[in-house]
Design a protein around this ligand. Structure first.
Ligand code: CU
Length: 253
């Protein structure tokens, strides 16, 4: 029976995969980083890309060589031998993915905790309730001194931690601000929490990240004619002015 010498393939696959990984890290075209948390998320993403590239290199190289080496020759109509379980191999292919997935969790969990600024938002930032619906978002500002309800626009002050409570009136949606590297599902009959500290003044896309029905594309502010508007990050003075104007308009109506 033919065999395959796997070790050199693993070494070559690691090198090729590392090159692919580095290329992906260098060439990646992520949106600008517009929150205090974005940098650390991107660094983690780059590490995972490199890691995934290496696994990809090994798996694909071993697979391609095996496909070539064990291919059926013309006129060879024999069946393959009937292999019925190789315990050590099954243990290996269970333990290795377990270790990999656990390692990913071990590095992600502390970072997600560190990036959670809900507590700071509660003390000295803004708290905003987001309600998703088919097909848009409504924002209610929970800080008592603000009291804006069901706004169609999301305006927030720069460099202030913002805590979001997210829910939905109908189906599942997912509130995503790519430039903040923040995404959280909106689940019916449940409140989910997310937070971010916007670090750049400007307008940034808001995208619904779950396919939520025929109007799903309308929940992406990057789509022309979309109902959802971009989030506006402004200075504290401009934010105060927006709050005063919005309240005056509501009072007049
Ligand atoms: Cu949606």
């Amino acid at each position: 029976m033919k065999s395959l010498n796997v070790l050199p393939l693993v070494i070559l696959g690691t090198v090729m995969g590392a090159i692919i990984g580095v290329l992906l890290v260098v060439l990646r075209t992520l949106p600008e980083e517009a929150s205090a948390q974005a940098r650390s998320i991107d660094d983690l993403y780059a590490a995972f890309l490199l890691f995934s590239g290496i696994i990809f290199g090994i798996v694909v190289l071993v697979m391609l060589v095996a496909i070539f080496r064990f291919r059926a020759r013309p006129n060879d109509t024999r069946d393959g031998s009937n292999v019925h379980g190789i315990t050590w191999l099954e243990v290996v292919w269970t333990v290795i993915p377990f270790i990999l997935v656990a390692a990913v969790a071990f590095v992600s969990w502390p970072l997600l905790n560190e990036n959670n600024v809900s507590g700071a938002a509660e003390k000295s930032g803004q708290r905003i309730h987001i309600t998703g619906y088919q097909f848009g978002w409504k924002y209610t500002y929970l800080n008592e001194d603000i009291g804006i309800k069901d706004s169609q626009d999301l305006v927030v002050p720069v460099n202030v931690p913002i805590g979001f409570d997210i829910t939905t009136m109908d189906v599942m949606h997912s509130f995503w601000v790519p430039a903040w590297r923040m995404q959280m599902g909106a689940t019916p009959a449940q409140t989910n929490y997310a937070s971010a500290t916007p670090s750049k003044i400007g307008e940034f896309e808001i995208v619904c990240a779950f396919l939520c029905g025929v109007g799903h594309t309308q929940m992406n502010s990057a789509v022309e004619g979309a109902l959802v508007t971009k989030v506006k990050v402004v200075s504290q003075a401009d934010f105060d002015k927006w709050v005063a104007d919005t309240k005056a308009k509501a009072a007049a109506a």
